[in-house]
Design a protein around this ligand. Sequence first.
Ligand code: UD1
Length: 425
Amino acid sequence: MDKLLIQGGARLAGTLRVSGAKNAALPILAATLLTEEPMVLSNLPHLHDVTTMLELLGCLGAEVVVDETMEVEITARQLTQLRAPYELVKTMRASFVVLGPLLARFGEAEVSLPGGCAIGARPVDQHLKAFEALGAEITVENGYVRGLAPQGLKGTEFCFDMVTVGGTENVLMAATLAAGTTRICNAAREPEVVDLANCLNAMGARIRGHGTAEIEVEGVKRLHGCSYRVMPDRVEAGTYLIAAAVTGGSVRLTSVDPSTLVAVLDKLRESGAEVRCGGDWIELDMRGLRPRAVDLETAPYPGFPTDMQAQYLALNAVADGSSHISETIFENRFMHVQEINRLGANIELAGPSSAIVHGVEKLRAAPVMATDLRASFSLVVAALVAEGTTLIDRIYHIDRGYETIEEKLTQLGANVQRISGQETG
Ligand code: UD1
């Protein structure tokens, strides 16, 4: 199992091109199941999760051709099975979004209940309720969700009990081929949902209101193929901005959409960074300063993203002052706290969903272990400023969400080395 060795102390500086968004790429890949025509997708990130989704599409019988630039052509003309097996779905929760497209186009599907990061219970009850509202018969047996809609799905009004990104995406895809109009209220407004809706509209869907809490989908008989470029990854972008800020450094990000990062850029400014943006670039300069501690609370978009909470907590760990961090989206999303404290941080958990971070002047290297995708990068952020060399174990979590992490960090001047090897304990 690979590990990362990071020698702290380098001030990050340089330019970085942001990759395509994993969380937009995954549902867009699932959307290719909605048409029998070829779909050409570009700007997909080179990530394990993307490969897993391509494998799942292949396993269902879609033809998948990948070229060296990761441009992918997918043709789901005839599928060989309508069952997404446990072996693939367990490794990645996002694969559950194939249920909507399969049900909508074929009137039946069977998808294993998902696995994914160990951050809380993460049920799929909202997805299932919405499919039932669209007229599907849903049963859960032996770890599989089976959906049946032999007469096709029917447009409806559905209100989510809470904001769910995956739920909104699943239902959005299903509604494109339903008979009549579907109104989704309390829909997720995340930019990745908007990117999916834009792709679906490019395939001939009739979706309005994406990016707001009320989405309207007028069902169509069929969708056609198209070429689509996946949006830039706002989480990767925000993560590297935080990494540069914690080291007192400066970074220029290109191929990025600053309008999707407003909440994070506001926090970075509060922490003392100078931030400038253009159409598709962001520059951050920390001018060698120690960051100021800032409070934050995660919230659905456009609030501060839960996927950047752990990284910001690591920045606050070495900031001047104390801060309060509150997590409102997932339970059990403070597993990184214990590990960052191993590096000498002073973070107290104040209940299951909040932490108080007392900034310390210095962290010191220690062996630590990655626990989930975003939390793992918080260890990288901490290691970048820790005195000495930190060994981060179990970085397969990081590899699920961050493309070529050691190359990108090295490009910015960090001292990072990947050690490949077998797990020893
Ligand atoms: C997506 C993102 C993930 C991000 C999260 C929140 C992808 C591939 N992943 O995950 O990186 O952290 O949005 O921004 O896009 N919930 C239920 N029942 C449901 C569905 C969700 O109770 O049927 C709860 C979840 O347990 C969680 C909250 O709703 O507490 C939000 O989950 P959701 O928005 O669905 O997250 P994902 O789509 O899994």
